[in-house]
Design a protein around this ligand. Structure first.
Ligand code: PLP
Length: 387
């Protein structure tokens, strides 16, 4: 028997050489809304792209394989993927969400709860006892984001999954920040893995898309059925682009991480910086846990400057290689001020509860030369220190 191939190899070679008609090395793109019937009453494997398409399914298979799931469903955005996973909840069911998570997730949970679609309780998931108590009180789903956006808090996936399993609750993990190259929640006990493939899986900031990976055939069947019913399946061309991104995922993640780590180390030792959030720093309270459950630390970090919001503004206005924009995970470095950008849906109370300071800045380290990024951040810090 041949040796099992590494996930890096499988990411590169997904469906390479699979075309039997013309021998295309890369799988062909099926840009079609419909598929004809071979004859009266003789449907084929596919009939309509909302319910299934070979290009979209090729991507789903590749992502499911990398995450170790039974299957995946490709959606039109990361938010559509979150919405899809939440279809498993009925009125009266309760989902336990994190106190700090992506602002769009927070808004969706809050607004669905306000309409009575399900109940939501936010809990500090670093506090296992608090999660256990809430699970005991009754919950259908535990919603986890680790590392969290934007504070890079790491929660113990194996421990929380075991607690949830004992309480009969499903565990859904948003794995957008690390991708399956650096973290595989299903191996740690999760039932569903959610991605904004807009981010690292595509990696080029030119697509908005998402995916839900299911650990079991039964969950996969439900996700696929709901995606078709709601009409939130991902598009063919976007799936082609994301599939192209997946082939370089492991190579990109290595450079994202090298840059992220170098920037975190520079910030950590700098006199203008009050606090750095990056689990790869040995001084991070999450370092040991991240080492245990992750295969790397990734390219996302956030930090606070001594000068607060005024210093943050000066920093943003001085740097040249960090584009001030939402989103993350692309080849280009990005800078974000979460309170006014990615987390603008949080009101002051929610920002305080999550621990998001008014001057917090978040970096998505891109693939530029490390030395250029470091020099640019040095210049930004000098500007911040002089306000
Ligand atoms: N999950 C996380 C962790 C995110 O950062 C985002 C977007 O920034 C999303 C989900 C939503 O994804 P999308 O923007 O593709 O809808």
């Amino acid at each position: 028997m041949t040796k099992p191939r590494s996930s890096q190899t499988r990411a590169v070679r997904a469906a390479v050489d699979a075309d039997t008609q013309h021998g295309a090395v890369m799988p062909p793109l099926y840009l079609t809304s419909s598929f004809n019937f071979a004859g009266y009453g003789q449907g084929r494997a596919y009939d309509y792209t909302r319910s299934g398409n070979p290009t979209v399914d090729g991507l789903a298979d590749a992502i499911a394989d990398l995450e170790g799931g039974a299957g995946a469903t490709i959606t039109s955005s990361g938010m559509a993927a979150i919405h899809l996973a939440l279809q498993l909840l009925d009125p009266g069911d309760r989902v336990l969400g994190p106190v700090d998570c992506y602002g769009g997730t927070f808004r969706l949970l809050r607004q669905c709860a306000a309409r009575g679609l399900f109940d939501v309780t936010l809990v500090d998931q670093a506090d296992a006892a608090a999660v256990a108590a809430e699970l005991k009180a009754g919950a259908k789903m535990l919603w986890v984001e680790t590392p969290t956006n934007p504070l890079l808090r790491v929660v113990d996936l194996a421990a929380l999954s075991a607690l949830a399993r004992d309480a009969g609750a499903l565990v859904a993990v948003d794995n957008t920040f690390l991708s399956p190259a650096l973290q595989r929640p299903i191996e740690l006990g999760a039932d569903l893995v959610i991605h904004s493939t807009t981010k690292y899986l595509n990696g080029h900031s030119d697509v908005v898309a998402g995916a839900v990976v299911a650990a079991t055939d039964s969950l996969q069947g439900q996700m696929r059925q709901w995606a078709n019913t709601l009409g939130i399946a991902g598009s063919v061309f976007d799936s082609f682009l994301v599939q192209r991104g997946v082939r370089t995922l492991f190579a990109r993640m290595a450079q994202h991480e090298a840059n992220g780590r170098a920037l975190a180390e520079l910030l950590h030792g700098h006199s203008a910086v009050e606090r750095v959030h990056y689990p790869g720093l040995p001084s991070s309270p999450y370092h040991a846990l991240a080492r245990k459950q992750q295969q790397g630390f990734g390219g996302m970090l956030s930090f606070e400057l001594h000068g607060g919001e005024r210093a943050a503004k000066a920093f943003c206005e001085r740097v040249e290689l960090f584009t001030l924009a939402v989103s993350l995970g692309g080849v280009e470095s990005l800078l974000c001020h979460p309170p006014s950008m990615s987390h603008a849906t949080y009101d002051a109370a929610a920002l305080a509860a999550a621990g998001i300071a008014p001057g917090l800045l978040r970096i998505s380290a891109g693939l530029e030369a490390t030395a250029d990024l470091l020099a640019d951040v040095e210049a930004g810090l000098a500007a911040a220190a002089s306000v």
